[in-house]
Design a protein around this ligand. Structure first.
Ligand code: SF4
Ligand code: SF4
Length: 65
């Protein structure tokens, strides 16, 4: 389970980093990365104001863009 972050859409609000319960999202220099601890809780992409985050899990294809 993982998510993908589109840095073209990201405005750097850091909401996803703050909301992620497993600290799976982290900022490195100016780019957000996702490491392997994502539990697919949905908090990051449901709270992202610009819909920059996409869930890549196959059973959540409704979130794909
Ligand atoms: S919540 Fe969305 S806009 Fe905010 S830092 Fe995360 S990816 Fe970027
Ligand atoms: S879906 Fe949940 S666990 Fe996965 S990166 Fe987003 S906030 Fe973190």
């Amino acid at each position: 389970m993982t998510v993908s972050i589109d840095m073209e859409k990201c405005i750097g609000c850091m909401r996803c980093v703050d909301e992620c319960p497993t600290e799976a999202i982290y900022l490195e220099q100016t780019t957000l990365h996702v490491r392997g601890k994502c539990t697919d809780c949905g908090l990051c992409y449901s709270n992202c104001p610009t819909e920059a985050i996409t869930n890549l899990s196959p059973d959540r294809s409704d979130h794909m863009q």
